[in-house]
Structure formats: structure tokens, C-alpha cells
Design a protein around this ligand. Structure first.
Ligand SMILES: C[S@@+](CC[C@H](N)C(=O)[O-])C[C@H]1O[C@@H](n2cnc3c(N)ncnc32)[C@H](O)[C@@H]1O
Length: 253
């Protein structure tokens, strides 16, 4: 992965957060630089072109900013030839319960919207890509199951994709590091401490399989001591229930 391109992507993606304040700008820069998931989404070409993205527990909405930055570099012909063409964002909707994050994201986002809500009860509408990065362990297991069932209903019949990152509770000391850093980051971001509900990777895989997803699990902790795994979960057309193509709640980009 080219460091110069990654640095440029981070600069462009984080720049809009300056207007939201010093903390969100620094936080965005740090997260986009050191969390391997953002680079991997692009280099692996995981998000389809023209994606209608629903981002659950989206925080600052960094995914939207990252994909817009990638489009900027592509348009400037600054995109590395070996990387797949970055996806155009057809729409982006984030749901986040932290009011401060919602305000900061709304200030910074160039594409899409972030609404304040709880993913356990907020309507999902329809989407062809659902992203849930490092979120489900904040809600209890029954609620996790409920969210995943509603994700199935929200995914559109053609190529419904769930990108779910979890911490593998069976990963020994790496999992304990992951949980410790989570607690520290939660307090740095000013959110209240809450009990975490973590599952082993095998349990996530079994649950997604029961819901009809075809899943590929990819370690997603490169360069860190974490136990994070990205579950790339595709829902075959027969199991998808919602609107075909456009989301039920359109959002301009
Ligand atoms: C570790 S952060 C990840 C943020 C974002 N997904 C990312 O990767 O940058 C977890 C986020 O999930 C949010 N969250 C946790 N439980 C939630 C819930 N029940 N409804 C909505 N958001 C929630 C938190 O407020 C926090 O912003």
C-alpha cells in the first residue's frame, strides 16, 4: 500500500472535520491513518460502485468522507494503477446515538446524512451495503441478533452486502488488548462507559450463516495488537427482502 497515497487520502478525508473542531480533526486523522480497515476497503475493492450505504453506529461518518476522498483522487488521476477503481457513493446514511458525534459529522460530511438514533430501534430503510464497524458489542446479544435480522430485511435483493467488523472474543490476549483500548477510546471520546457484549468469531459466523449470509472472514488488525476481524457477508438474492435497487429512504450525495 503506497504511503504517499494513503497520506493524501487521509489529508483529503480528514480536512472537512477541521470545521467541526480540533478534536474531531485529529481524531479523524488518527483513525484513518492507523485503522487498517479504511485502506483495505479500497485495495480489496470491497464496496460496489454506486453503493447505497447504511452505516450503523457511524461515529463521525468517516466512511463517507473516506470514499469521497478516494473519488477526489480518482478524478485528479492520482489513483494508483494497481488499485481497483474507487466506488462512487450513490447515497450514505449513518445512524449514531452520540449527539456530539452526530453534530460533528453533520458539520463535516460532504455526502449523505447522519441521524441521531439507536440502531436497536431506528428504522433502517433499504440499502445495498450495510457497514457496522466496532459497534455491536455495545448492545446485548439479543439486540445484536435483532439488528442483524433487520439488516437482512434492509438489504436489497441484488448483491446485498454486510461489512461487519467484530473483535474475536476467542483470540486470547489480543482480545483483551482490543477491549482495553475500546474502554480507553470510549472515555477519550467523552462517551459513558458501558458493559461490552463480545462473542467468539465462531459464534458470529454461525449466526450469520443461520441468517442466510455467505461469509468470508478477514483478519483486520494489521499493524495493531487487536483481535479485529472483518466479516464480508453476502446475502444471496433469494433471502433479500427489501426494495430492489434504490433505497426506501433516499439521501442525496
Ligand atoms: C468504536 S465507535 C465506531 C465508529 C464507526 N463505526 C467507525 O468505525 O469509525 C462505535 C460507535 O457506535 C456507536 N453506538 C454504540 N451503540 C449504539 C447504538 N445502540 N445505536 C447507535 N450507535 C451506537 C457509539 O456511539 C460509537 O460512535
Amino acid at each position: 500500500m503506497s504511503k504517499a497515497i494513503m497520506d493524501e487520502l487521509v489529508d483529503v478525508a480528514a480536512a472537512p472535520y477541521r470545521s467541526a473542531g480540533r478534536f474531531p480533526w485529529h481524531f479523524a486523522r488518527g483513525k484513518l491513518t492507523y485503522d487498517p480497515i479504511f485502506g483495505e476497503l479500497l485495495t480489496r475493492g470491497l464496496i460496489p460502485d454506486g453503493a447505497h450505504i447504511l452505516d450503523l453506529g457511524c461515529g463521525l461518518g468517516l466512511l463517507s468522507s473516506w470514499l469521497m476522498a478516494a473519488q477526489d483522487l480518482w478524478r485528479r488521476a492520482a489513483w494508483p494503477a494497481p488499485w481497483p477503481k474507487p466506488p462512487r457513493l450513490a447515497s450514505y446514511r449513518g445512524i449514531e446515538r452520540g449527539r456530539r458525534d452526530v453534530a460533528r459529522a453533520s458539520e463535516a460530511l460532504r455526502a449523505g446524512t447522519v441521524t441521531c438514533g439507536d440502531i436497536r430501534s431506528s428504522p433502517f430503510g433499504a440499502a445495498n451495503v450495510v457497514a457496522i464497524f466496532d459497534v455491536l458489542h455495545y448492545i446485548d446479544c439479543a439486540s445484536q441478533d435483532g439488528v442483524l435480522e433487520r439488516v437482512c430485511e434492509a438489504l436489497t435483493p441484488r448483491g446485498g452486502l454486510l461489512l461487519l467488523r467484530i473483535g474475536d472474543a476467542a483470540a486470547g490476549w489480543r482480545f483483551h488488548v482490543t477491549r482495553l483500548v475500546d474502554v480507553v477510546m470510549t472515555s477519550i471520546r467523552g462517551a459513558r462507559w458501558q458493559r461490552l457484549h463480545c462473542r467468539p468469531l465462531a459464534s458470529w459466523l454461525a449466526h450469520l450463516d443461520a441468517l442466510g449470509f455467505e461469509v468470508t472472514a478477514v483478519p483486520m488488525s494489521r499493524g495493531t495488537l487487536f483481535a479485529n476481524v472483518l466479516l464480508i457477508a453476502r446475502l444471496p438474492a433469494a433471502r433479500s427482502a427489501a426494495v430492489d435497487g434504490a433505497p426506501a429512504t433516499p439521501s442525496g450525495v
